[in-house]
Design a protein around this ligand. Structure first.
Ligand code: ATP
Ligand code: LTN
Length: 342
């Protein structure tokens, strides 16, 4: 018996899994709500992170652009602190177990429960001319991503909570029929004041999204400093000119949230810092904090993109590592449902 196998269960590091779609350069919302936290978890957990290209084609993508964005997303994850030596960092379509197991789990998911997913309702309204079956079964593929690796925790933004709930329902249903097979994951969602939901700069009642047609609505993490400052200056706020947390001040509250996460100051300290000062000063301060935070990410990204050979080496290794782990689960699942061994 190896030492690792002899170690008591309690000493096993818990498993973390998360993913992001290569549908555009990450926004400040993706960064604060999700990706920024992923690097920090590498110390205490066994982490797997993936670029969800299979999910991205639920909305029509131009092939050359998808290829380019997938590599960029991979490099961006590394630039945001994910170390492929410490985590398994891979591209979803490189591990065929995702599509294989997803079919099985489709057969354990009800039409009714998929119809209730708010992301499906939003996206089918937005892309009304292409409400394809992949968009509908998107949550099943996401559940597969998570369950294939016997994940304990899934760090995501608030908008993904419902998808985590359906993942647990699917796993519970499968285990109910066949006995314990799949680990039920828990969400890891930052507290509201720690950026679980960063809002659009042009409509603070909507979440900031990288596929928003209006680029003024989001900060891309590769935006130049001048662009970042300009976007914050034109952020929609209110006419009261008072930096404070209150209903009807969603725009200001969103900016306070961003500033708070990046500076570590709480809302009371921020109100005090900007008491009696106009929104202009506040918006500039928020913009400067964002510029400062993103400078090292942007520098690292440039270095990485200049060495495609290294990126390729990393994603190839990541795919092998991911496959080695997921093989155990998919083989077990296939056996349990009654597939004859090949
Ligand atoms: P798209 O616009 O293409 O649907 P998206 O910007 O919503 O994409 P995803 O790839 O769906 O981003 O999400 C990646 C991660 O970022 C998820 O964990 C998600 O919860 C988180 N996230 C996305 N938008 C925000 C936001 N505005 N605030 C906080 N977290 C967010
Ligand atoms: N649907 C997610 C991206 C995603 C994901 C996952 C997140 C795909 N597979 C598995 C966590 C775990 C989104 O953020 N839109």
């Amino acid at each position: 018996m190896t030492e690792a196998a002899a170690a008591p269960q309690t000493e096993r590091k818990k498993i973390i899994f998360s993913a992001i779609q290569p549908t555009g350069v990450f926004t400040l919302g993706n960064y604060i709500g999700a990706v920024r936290n992923w690097g920090k978890l590498q110390e205490d957990y066994n982490c797997l992170y993936c670029v969800a290209d299979l999910h991205a084609i639920t909305v029509r993508q131009e092939p050359a652009a998808l290829r380019k964005r997938t590599l960029e997303a991979y490099a961006l994850l590394m630039a945001c602190g994910i170390d492929p030596e410490r985590s398994i960092l891979f591209i979803q379509s490189h591990n065929p177990h995702h599509t294989g197991m997803s079919w099985v789990l489709n057969c354990f998911t009800q039409f009714g429960e998929l119809s209730r997913m708010t992301q499906f309702k939003d996206k089918s309204a937005r892309y009304a001319n292409d409400v394809n079956a992949g968009l509908f079964t998107y949550p099943v593929l996401m559940a597969t991503d998570i369950l294939l690796y016997q994940t304990d925790y899934v760090p995501v933004g608030e908008d993904q909570r419902q998808h985590l709930e359906i993942t647990r329902d699917i796993a519970g249903r499968f285990n109910g029929v066949y006995g314990p097979t799949l680990t039920l994951p828990e969400p890891f969602i930052p507290k509201a004041e720690q950026g679980a939901r960063i809002m659009s700069l042009q409509d603070p009642t909507k979440k900031m999204s990288k596929s928003d047609p209006n680029p003024k609505a989001f900060i891309s993490i590769l935006d130049e400093p001048g662009v970042i400052l300009k976007k914050f200056r034109s952020a929609v706020t209110d006419s009261e000119a008072r930096v404070a947390c209150a209903p009807g001040k969603e725009g200001i509250n969103n900016l306070m949230g961003i500033y708070s996460v990046l500076t570590g100051k709480d809302f009371a300290a921020i109100e005090e810092e900007f008491a009696g000062r106009g929104y202009g000063d506040f918006k500039t301060a928020v913009g400067e904090a964002v510029v400062q935070e993103l400078a090292p990410v942007q520098a690292r990204y440039k270095e990485l993109m200049a060495d495609k050979g290294y990126l390729e080496e990393c994603y190839r290794r990541g795919a092998q590592q991911a496959m080695a782990l997921s093989r155990r689960t998919i083989e077990k699942v296939y056996r349990r449902v009654g597939f004859l061994q090949p």
